[in-house]
Design a protein around this ligand. Structure first.
Ligand SMILES: O=C1C[C@@H](O)[C@H](O)[C@@H](O)C1=O
Ligand SMILES: [Co+2]
Length: 298
């Protein structure tokens, strides 16, 4: 891939999982960002242990050669919580802007079961027409607010949410305008659709609107166990649903090629939450970095 176009980051969720803070509670912020740099990454998303004051956070990252490229933001438009969502979005956006990030990765969390004990493959929410309308209207508005700061909004399609399947991604993209982007997460679309072809089809279809990429690999045997035992999203994560690129079932070479042929400019973020007691985050970061060097030429 073209080194002038693409930068490589890794998410702190492999060190401490903010969805289940007990996983990796022993890993400190400084250890996390030092190990990211040591493994050869130049970017990070923001975890709950990161200082929230840019005046403190920025120098601690600068000294390690790490930039902030994004931070997760939960929206609740379908629930009707537009004013609160926009209020919190503006604070979040201003923090990211001060940190130098230009993308905001959002997820529509109304009715989400991703943090619950419900069976992720059977009990995901389905939006009504009105909930779709509210969600799309909200995201179109976020894109306008972000553009005033020179930033771009993306939707993170996610297991256990109303925007998970390829059909739901299609509906979201059709209802929003071209200023609203997609945060393409290989692991989530593969998990939802169970197929490399369908995963690649989403990538090809929305290339001009993909403003941020999460590289997440999947273990098929764990997904089968989640299906069979009707497990929740988080129980699956604890059992090892996800891993770093090159360690699971996804072939990332076509992902890199499609992005490169298109001329994708932006960040690719390794994001592979698993139990740090079973999968040492530094070892897995090094493993991911090696795979990307060998298969993306980065
Ligand atoms: O981008 C993400 C952020 C996490 O909190 C989430 O649960 C994970 O699966 C993901 O893709
Ligand atoms: Co992700």
């Amino acid at each position: 891939m073209n080194k002038d176009n693409v930068k490589l980051a890794i998410a702190p969720i492999g060190w401490t999982n903010d969805d289940m803070p007990d996983l990796g509670s022993e890993n400190t912020f400084q250890q996390t960002v030092s190990e990211m740099a040591l493994a050869g990454f130049t970017g990070s998303e923001v975890g709950s242990k990161y200082p929230r004051d840019p005046a403190i956070l920025k120098p601690m990252l600068d000294i390690r050669g790490i930039e902030i490229c994004n931070a997760w933001f939960s929206t609740f438009f379908a629930n009707g919580d537009k004013a609160k969502t926009i209020d919190e979005f503006v604070n979040h956006m201003n923090f990211l802007h001060a940190m130098g990030a230009r993308v905001i990765g959002c997820s529509e969390q109304s009715k989400s079961i991703q943090g619950t004990t419900l069976a992720v493959l059977e009990e995901k929410p389905v939006f009504t027409d009105e909930e779709w309308r509210l969600t799309a209207e909200g995201y179109n508005e976020l894109a306008v607010i972000a553009a005033e700061k020179g930033m771009r909004v993306t939707l993170h399609h996610h297991m256990g949410t109303g925007i998970q399947t390829t059909e739901e991604i299609d509906r979201f993209m059709a209802l929003t305008n071209e200023n609203v982007g997609l945060l393409y997460d290989t692991g989530h679309v593969y998990y939802s659709e169970g197929s490399q072809e369908k995963m690649l089809a989403v990538l090809k279809k929305y290339l001009p609107r993909i403003f941020h990429v999460h590289l997440k690999d999947v273990r098929d045997d764990v997904v089968a166990e989640v299906r069979q035992n009707k497990l929740s999203f988080l129980d699956g994560v604890k059992k090892g649903t996800f891993t770093v690129p090159g360690d699971g079932v996804i072939d990332f070479k076509p992902v890199f090629k499609i992005l490169d042929d298109y001329g994708y400019k932006g960040w690719m973020v390794v994001e592979a939450e698993q139990d740090p007691a079973l999968a040492n985050p530094f070892e897995y970061a090094v493993k991911a970095r090696k795979y990307i060097r060998e298969n993306a030429g980065l």
